[in-house]
Write a protein that binds this ligand. Sequence first.
Ligand code: CMP
Length: 146
Amino acid sequence: MEVTLALLKPHVVRNTYAMQQLKSLIGSNFNILAAKELRITKELSECFYADHKDKFFYHRLTTFMQSGPCYAIILQSELCIQKWRRLMGPTKVFNAVYNEPECIRALYGLSDTRNACHGSDSAISARREIAMLFPEFDIGQDRIGA
Ligand code: CMP
C-alpha cells in the first residue's frame, strides 16, 4: 500500500469545526500511520517548499505556514497520493469552488496560499516530506508503493 503526507494549514487547525470534519473524512478513507500538531519553523517551511523558491508567492507561503500550528498526517491506502489529492481538489481555491464545490479546498480554502491543505505530489515527494515532518518515523521501502 502507498503512503502520503497530508498537511492541514494553520487557519484550518484554528477552526475546530473544520478539524472535526476533516479528521472524520480522513479516518474513513485512510489508515493513519502517524499524526501530530506541529509548529513549522522558518527553516522547515523554506526547506519544505524549496521547489517554489523562485515563485512570487514563496515568501507569502512560507510566512503563512509559520503563522500557527499545522497538523501533519501520514496516510496509507491503495493509491493514497492520488486519493488524497482528489479529496483536496484544485490548488487554486477559485477553481476548487467553481469546479469541485465539495472538495476540501473549496470548503475550507481562503486563498491560493491559504488553500487549506497540502498533499505530496509523488512517492518521492511523500518520502521527502514525511522525513522532514516525521524524522522519527521509519518509512520502510515496502510502504512507498511507487
Ligand atoms: P501546497 O499544496 O501547499 O503546495 C504549494 C503551495 O503553493 C500550494 O499549496 C499553494 O498554497 C501555493 N500556491 C500555488 N500557486 C499559488 C499562487 N498562484 N499564489 C499563491 N500561492 C500559490
